[in-house]
Ligand binder design. Sequence first.
Ligand code: CAA
Length: 257
Amino acid sequence: MTETLILTEIEDGVALVRLNRPKAMHALNTALIVALMDALDVLDKDDDVGAIVLTGDVRAFAAGADIKEMQDASAVEMLQKDHIAPFDRIRKIGKPVIAAVSGWCLGGGNELAMSCDIIVASESAKFGQPEINLGVMPGAGGTQRLTRAVGKAVAMEMVLNNRTLSADEALHYGLVNRVVPVERYLEEARALAKEIATRAPLAIRAGKKAVNRALETHLADGITEERQSFYSLFSTDDQNEGMKAFAEKRKAKWKGK
Ligand code: CAA
C-alpha cells in the first residue's frame, strides 16, 4: 500500500496541510514534495480556502531532503532528475502559506519553511542547515533565503558549521514571526491563518506577491511593480467596498472580486 504523504483538511476557510512521513521525520523525498505541491495547487484554486497552514508534527517539521533517496546519485543524475525543482512551485502559490514548525526544521525542511510566507514556531523548534555534515551544501534556497532572513553572519555559521538556532534565536534573528508554547503552536498558526483568510483575497494575493518580490528584485523595480499592483486593485469591487465601508463606519464585506 502506498503511504498518504500529505494529509489535508479544511475548516473555517483554512486548509491544514500535514507532511506525513513521521517515521522518517517527514524527510522530503521527491514523491512527498510533488504531492505537497499538487495539494497546494488544488487549495490555491479552492474558493473555500483563504489561507493555508503547512506543518509536520511535534517532533519534526521536516528533517530535510531525503538523504537515502539521493545518497548514490551522481552529479549528472542529480541534474537530470532535478529533485529540487518541485520546491520552486511553492513560489507560485498565491494564497498565504503559514508554516507551523515544531521540533527539527533542517536542511530542505528549513528551506521549505522559509518558502512559506509566515513561520509560527513552537518553543521546541530547532532550525538548521546541516548539509555540511553530509559533504554538501544547501540546494533548495538555503544559502539565499536564509541569508536574506538572518543576515550573512549567522547564515555563514549555519551553512559552514551546522549552527542550529533555537526558536528564540530564530525569532531574534528574524527567521520566524512568533514563538509559542509547544501545546499551542498549531492552534496559533491556524488562528492567524483564519484571521488572514477573512481579509480581501485579491489584496492579500497582491500584497504577498509584492513582499516576496522585495527579496528578488531591485528597489526601483520593486517600487514600480508595487505601485502598479496598488493601482490595479482600484479595479476591484473589494477596493470600492473597503473604502466605502470605512467612510460609512461599518465592517467591509469582501467578495474577492
Ligand atoms: N533523510 C532520510 N531519512 C531521514 C532524514 C533525512 N533527511 N532525517 C531523518 N531520517 C530518518 C532516519 O534515518 C531514521 O530512520 P530509521 O528509523 O529508518 O533509521 C528516522 O528518520 C529517525 O531519525 P533518527 O533516528 O536519526 O532520529 P534522531 O532523533 O536521533 O535524530 C535528526 C533526528 C537530528 C533530525 C537526525 O535524523 C538527522 O540528523 N537527520 C538528517 C538531517 C539532515 O542532514 N538534513 C539535511 C538533508 S540534505 C538537504 O536537505 C539538502 C537540500 O538542501 C535540499
